[in-house]
Design a protein around this ligand. Structure first.
Ligand code: ATP
Length: 229
């Protein structure tokens, strides 16, 4: 389990996170939701240790972050950070050199899943295929928790569907996925847990299916309550 406990974060005098707490389990998809600027990316960066926090703690499988626990995490940012003149194959070789956790068999599976051609140069790819390469490079690492920032941003409906399909495939296995997205409709049926952020803290943390069954509300219905009272 990944546990974010009472985390606070300030940029200058601006308090962006004000006591954020939630958990994310292995084998589940946890979705961080909130309007622009609410702090979703900042939370991911805090979990990854990419930005210092001003208070609170983060536990990974019950342990405070160390180099060993850090290797349980992989981050897929909202844009591909790879030299554009590389081919997909060269990008994979680069990752394999850089990360001990690189799993070439899974990378090959992902290439097939997304119907990508490893000879293609990154600079020539469509937005949708660039997003798929970005996911491939992250998901091919053996890590227990995968953090994805806006994997659907700016891509067409069919690529979004293909990306959503990866969540229910063997390529995710029993890993924990933490995702931020504004495209909730695309993955509402796949999400296990929802963490709604507002005013720097967690407004509500709930199981999406329980909410549907017990209160008859979709994730978007809950969001409307928060943002359009
Ligand atoms: N490096 C930084 N320096 C100063 N302020 C920052 C920095 N990074 C983020 N912020 C501010 O922190 C707040 C939260 O930003 P963050 O990117 O985490 O929001 P978000 O919920 O991911 O937004 P979006 O949905 O637009 O991606 C915003 O007000 C942003 O302007």
């Amino acid at each position: 389990m990944l546990e974010v406990k009472n985390v606070t974060k300030k940029f200058g005098r601006k308090r962006v996170l004000d006591g954020v707490s939630f958990t994310a389990n292995k084998g589940e998809i946890t979705c961080l939701i909130g309007i622009n600027g609410v702090g979703k990316t900042t939370i991911m960066k805090a979990i990854l240790g990419l930005t210092p926090i001003n208070g609170g703690e983060i536990f990974i499988d019950g342990e405070k972050r160390t180099k060993a626990t850090y290797e349980k995490l992989t981050f897929i940012p909202d844009a591909l950070a790879m030299l554009p003149n590389l081919t997909i194959m060269q990008a994979m070789e680069f990752m394999a050199d850089f990360y001990d956790s690189w799993n070439q068999d899974r990378a090959d599976d992902l290439l097939q899943f997304f119907k990508l051609n490893e000879e293609d140069r990154i600079s020539t790819l469509s937005k949708g295929n660039t997003a798929k390469v970005n996911l491939l490079l992250g998901l091919a690492q053996d890590a227990d928790y995968v953090l994805m920032d806006e994997p659907f941003s700016g891509i067409d409906i069919f690529s979004r569907e293909q990306i959503a399909n990866v969540f229910t495939s063997h390529l995710i296995e029993d890993r924990g996925v933490i995702i931020t997205t504004h495209e909730i409709n695309d993955i509402e049926h796949l999400i296990d847990k929802v963490v709604v952020l507002n005013n720097g803290s967690v407004y509500k943390e709930f199981n999406a299916e329980d909410m549907r069954i017990n209160e008859g509300k979709s994730v978007v219905d809950v969001l409307r309550e928060v943002y359009i009272p």
